[in-house]
Every structure is written in C-alpha cells, then in structure tokens.
Design a protein around this ligand. Structure first.
Ligand SMILES: [Zn+2]
Ligand SMILES: [Zn+2]
Ligand SMILES: [Zn+2]
Length: 122
C-alpha cells in the first residue's frame, strides 16, 4: 500500500485531494489509506494542504524530515481545474505574530487560474 501511494504521488504534477485519493484507491480500505498518509506526513515525505474546504497532499520537495516540515511555499488553487499546485519557488513571507502567539505553520493558498487553464481562456 505504501509503495502504491508513493508511486501515485510521484506521477502527479499537482497536489492530490483526499477525495481523488479515495477514488483512486477505492479497492483498499480508507483506514489504511489514511494511516499511510499520516505515516508519510510524519516521515517528511508528504505535506498536507488545506485551502479551507479541500484537504490535499503533495510530495515534499524541500528538506523535510521526520522532525520538521519546512514546506514554506505558497500553494495555488486553480478555480477552473481545481488542481492545487505547490509553488515551491514562492516562499511564504515572514509574518510577525503578536506576542504570546506561537505560530507553527503559515498556510497561504492563492486562488486563480493555472497556466493551462489561463491558456484555454485566451
Ligand atoms: Zn514537508
Ligand atoms: Zn487549472
Ligand atoms: Zn506544497
């Protein structure tokens, strides 16, 4: 199962939503899928993206490890094809939090049209 999931992710050019994963791996039970995703997240192989209504997973390309995820990049959600992309070259800006607030993670999801969809609109 683990190899299947990893293999699937390696073939994707964008993040994969949880519903797509469930549909793709429908022959196996959801519990195993969830457990696999959690394991990969814990190992620094996958990171979770949440754009407010969809949960998606993408491969980690930076030096994530078991101890820490450093996916400090912005995600882009295409409103047309609904794909979520890792913009690994666009780093999340450093934001100063008010004192007493300890920020662990900053999720920035940009919305719009991806390259492919923008081309179709022209
Ligand atoms: Zn990561
Ligand atoms: Zn698109
Ligand atoms: Zn990402």
């Amino acid at each position: 199962m683990r190899l299947l999931v990893l293999d699937y992710f390696l073939k994707q050019d964008s993040a994969v939503s949880l519903s797509d994963l469930e549909a793709y791996f429908d022959y196996s039970d959801r519990t195993t899928l969830f457990r696999t995703l959690k394991t990969f997240e814990g190992k620094g192989l996958l990171h979770k993206i949440n754009d407010g209504h969809t949960t998606a997973y993408a491969l980690c390309m930076e030096d994530c490890s078991e101890e820490q995820h450093i996916d400090s990049h912005i995600h882009f959600c295409c409103e047309c094809c609904k794909k979520i992309f890792c913009l690994t070259k666009v780093k999340t800006p450093k934001i100063k939090m008010p004192s007493h607030f300890e920020m662990e993670k900053l999720d920035i999801v940009a919305h719009g049209l991806c390259g492919e969809c923008a081309k179709l609109r022209e």
